[in-house]
Design a binder for this molecule. Structure first.
Ligand code: UT7
Length: 336
């Protein structure tokens, strides 16, 4: 087809984030359940997280809209310049419509193609990979990619649910990716994997039939069910594996990558990856202390902070890495 330009570049033209105002500190959690600031900091590295208000929002769509607005401003584009919008989320406000069409309408993007992708904490990385290919192929020029979740709506803030309650926070973060004449820019390599057999380690049941073995308990319905130790082991194994696999596909060594932008699930998981590859702290940024685990928003939120701090420069190589429920895991290695 004449309009397809197979060999062209793609760049991250803008990014922006949005956080709920309400802070939930470890001291607040101490009043709600049997836990302590010391335990949470030592086991996870988290000091506080942002949480949306169940009655007053901001909703998943509202957070996503605000992040996309910021990203568009950063890219110096108008909402009508977008020709595709991909939203990574597992916490759409309603089963239907998806967050994509709601955000597109709120920003008056016109009849842009808009959709949601649910790959839990890996959602943004998977969406970025898909959006990149749609742009590289020449079919789309300006694509919005949002990672947004209000996971705390599924968290039980009692001692009974404390394993998940201490971990999660809400956030949105968005990228604008654009077609570029410089062919060298864009994805160098990507990796995407799932293992549905591991679903039982991290899921949100909606009825009794969805429980594994004899685990059913009324208090667990509609609440995050997480086997923390199993997910931890999975992550510590898969993080280095997926980094190695992606480096190998790209023909690069660990030190060739300027920033490892990782899903913020637990500071100990990130430190293990740093140690494994002998990375200096500034190569693998940790911001989990302020936001907790923000699911699909986690990776772009780290990148946005790096960019705001002036630490992202043209010519650098950046690897986005995530893992999560599904189970899912993957990476996206970019030439900026
Ligand atoms: O995006 C992917 C999402 N999920 C993850 O990445 C989760 C990965 N897993 C983890 O981050 C960790 O497993 C947790 C932070 C969830 C838990 O840490 P852990 O070091 O694996 O603790 P544990 O579950 O082995 O529990 C150790 C002890 C237990 O007490 P006993 O049996 O040793 O007396 C727990 O009851 O800590 C207790 N405990 C707590 N104590 C205070 C568990 N949660 C808490 C808590 N506060 N919030």
């Amino acid at each position: 087809m004449s309009f397809v330009h197979a060999h062209r570049g793609v760049r991250i033209a803008g990014c922006g984030s949005s956080l709920p105002e309400r802070r939930l500190t470890n001291a607040d959690l101490e009043k709600m359940m049997d836990t302590s600031d010391e335990w949470i900091v030592k086991r996870t590295g988290i000091s506080e997280r942002r949480v949306f208000d169940r009655d007053h929002g901001p909703s998943t769509a509202k957070l996503g809209e605000q992040a996309l607005r910021e990203a568009l401003a950063d890219a110096d584009l108008a909402p009508t310049d977008l020709d595709l919008l991909v939203v990574a989320t597992m916490t759409a406000d309603m089963p239907t419509p998806g967050v994509g069409p709601t955000v597109a309408a709120a920003l008056e993007c016109g009849n842009v193609g808009a959709m949601d992708i649910n790959a839990a904490c890996s959602g943004f990385v998977f969406s970025l990979n898909v959006a990149h290919e749609m742009t590289r192929s020449g079919r789309y020029q300006n694509v919005g990619v949002i990672g947004v979740d209000t996971i705390t709506r599924f968290v039980d803030y009692s001692t009974y649910g404390r394993g998940a309650a201490i971990l999660f926070g809400d956030a949105a973060s968005a990228f604008i990716i654009r077609a570029d004449a410089d062919e060298r820019l864009g994805l160098i390599a990507e990796t995407m994997h799932t293992d549905g057999h591991g679903a039982k380690h991290l899921f949100i049941p909606t009825c009794a039939e969805q429980f594994y073995e004899d685990e059913y308990d009324d208090r667990k319905v509609g609440r995050v069910q997480m086997n923390g130790q199993a997910v931890f082991k999975f992550a510590v194994k898969k993080f280095p594996e997926v980094i190695e696999q992606t480096l190998e596909k790209a023909g690069l060594a660990a030190e060739d990558v300027d920033h490892y932008v990782c899903h913020q699930a637990n500071a100990r998981i990130l430190e293990a990856a740093r140690d494994r590859f002998g990375l200096a702290p500034e190569r693998l940024t940790v911001n989990i202390d302020r936001y907790g685990n923000t699911v699909a928003a986690s990776c772009p939120l780290v990148f946005d902070e790096l960019k705001q701090a002036g630490r992202v420069e043209p010519g650098q190589k950046v690897m986005f890495i995530a893992f999560g429920a599904g189970l899912t895991w993957g990476a996206s290695l970019w030439q900026l």
